[in-house]
Design a protein around this ligand. Structure first.
Ligand SMILES: Cc1ncc(COP(=O)(O)O)c(C=O)c1O
Length: 407
């Protein structure tokens, strides 16, 4: 069958690594809470099923959910949107994909951090745009400087993707950094896509600030968020975009033409999640687990500082680990961990060139898996640096030459 050039460009690698690992592998790959959805959410969904809420909904979502999200954005994020400016989508991924279609024309550039969630660059390319990376430097703690954005921009730059708390770095951008971003966006006339899906996974003293709430930013920002990470509604697939009415109307039409609407039953589950105060307790309970597991990861990082290094995550359930002390790059380290220790981690190069010497470890899994996985991962890297993994090293040298990919 004929396949488009576009289809050929799509890499299957990240999904093989994250989702197709053999069952005996300790998975530090997946970016989803290991918690089930809260019982009160499940009950609301059951009620929706028994009331046969099984029809298409309006493309932009059921009105009470759009109202609930508008209230949440006001109360928690200091963002003022009319419910008509909220578009409910199948997952926040749906909102990211649709938003990008409204932000630039083919041949124009979209600035995005390096490293960043690998979906962004692929989606920009599929929409005909050119991803332009803004490299964040480990030496200054992956700080986001307005000057770096301005250096990377050209007269073809139309948009900037911002993700805070960020996957994979675990950074939570400070008010000062966001002010710099806002200044650069204004000077360069950029539209900002602000992906805030990890907003509820933030470790004190850090706090989440929506760039859209800064002075002058509402009119140039599309805020994207959803229910997967902070409410444990991963498989229900509900996210949303909030944007000025002229943009949200276009998003609504794009949604109607492409995905039609988010699942009706899922929207009732999300409605319960957003309006029930018990959601805060549930998020707190998950945060306690993420904090415990983050501490396990960091203990192994500190104890193995000859081969690995990492900044403590400020948010998210990811640790962004530099493995260059072992003599390997991130891809080799991930391959070796899989082959020799049956531990799955994400090679950092998938997130951009700046991730070459890194792996991303997800600690959104049980304490035991995190403990055991980190122990084995560090052992195997120590083995390499002490020269006791000759066979594996030979294999890795081959991997490097042939550029063999997963699985
Ligand atoms: C940065 C970021 N944005 C968005 C998503 C998508 O989440 P969902 O589509 O489940 O809302 C993810 C999932 O891993 C993510 O890491």
């Amino acid at each position: 069958m004929h396949l488009s050039e576009r289809a050929f460009k799509i890499s299957e690698e990240p999904f093989y690594i994250a989702l197709n690992l053999p069952p005996d592998v300790l998975r530090l790959t997946a970016g989803e809470p290991d918690f089930p959805s809260a019982p009160f959410v499940l009950e609301a969904a059951s009620r929706a099923i028994s009331h046969a809420e099984t029809h298409y909904t309006p493309p932009a979502g059921i009105p009470p959910l759009r109202q609930g999200i508008a209230r949440k954005l006001k109360d928690e994020n200091n963002l003022s949107y009319d419910p008509s400016e909220i578009i409910v989508t199948p997952g926040s991924s749906g909102a990211v994909g649709l938003a990008l279609l409204t932000m630039f024309d083919p041949g124009e550039e979209v600035l995005l951090p390096d490293p960043a969630w690998f979906h962004y660059a692929t989606l920009v390319e599929l929409a005909g745009g050119i991803p332009k990376r803004v490299a964040l430097d480990v030496k200054d703690g992956f700080t986001l400087h307005g000057s770096k954005i301005e250096e990377a921009a050209s007269e073809k730059s139309r948009a900037l993707i911002l993700n805070s708390p960020s996957n994979p770095m675990g950074r939570v951008f400070s008010r000062d950094e966001l002010e710099e971003v806002a200044g650069a966006a204004e000077r360069l006339s950029l539209t900002v896509l602000s992906d805030e899906i990890y907003e509820k996974i933030v470790y004190p003293p850090h706090s989440h600030i929506s760039v859209g709430s800064l002075s002058g930013m509402r009119d140039r920002t599309i805020v994207v968020n959803g229910f997967s990470k902070g409410y444990a509604l991963m498989g229900w697939r509900v996210g949303y975009a909030a944007a000025p009415i002229e943009v949200s109307r276009k998003l609504e039409s794009l949604l109607g033409y492409s995905l039609v609407c988010a699942s009706s039953v899922s929207q009732y589950a999300a409605l319960e999640a957003v309006q029930n105060p018990k959601s805060n307790d549930y998020a707190k309970k998950m945060l306690e687990a993420w904090t415990r597991r983050k501490n396990i990861v960091m203990r192994y990082v500190y104890e193995n500082s000859r081969v690995v290094s990492a900044m403590p995550p400020e948010g998210t359930f990811y640790s962004w680990i530099n493995v260059s002390g072992s003599g390997l790059d991130g891809k080799q380290a991930a391959r070796l961990a899989l082959d020799e220790a049956k531990v799955g981690v994400m090679p950092g190069n998938l997130f951009g060139e700046a991730g070459r010497n890194h792996v991303r470890v997800s600690f959104a899994t049980s304490d035991d898996t995190v403990e055991e996985g980190m122990k084995k991962f560090c052992n195997v890297l120590r083995g390499v640096s002490e020269g006791s993994q000759h066979k594996s090293m030979e294999k890795l040298a081959l991997t490097k030459h042939t550029e063999q990919t997963y699985p």
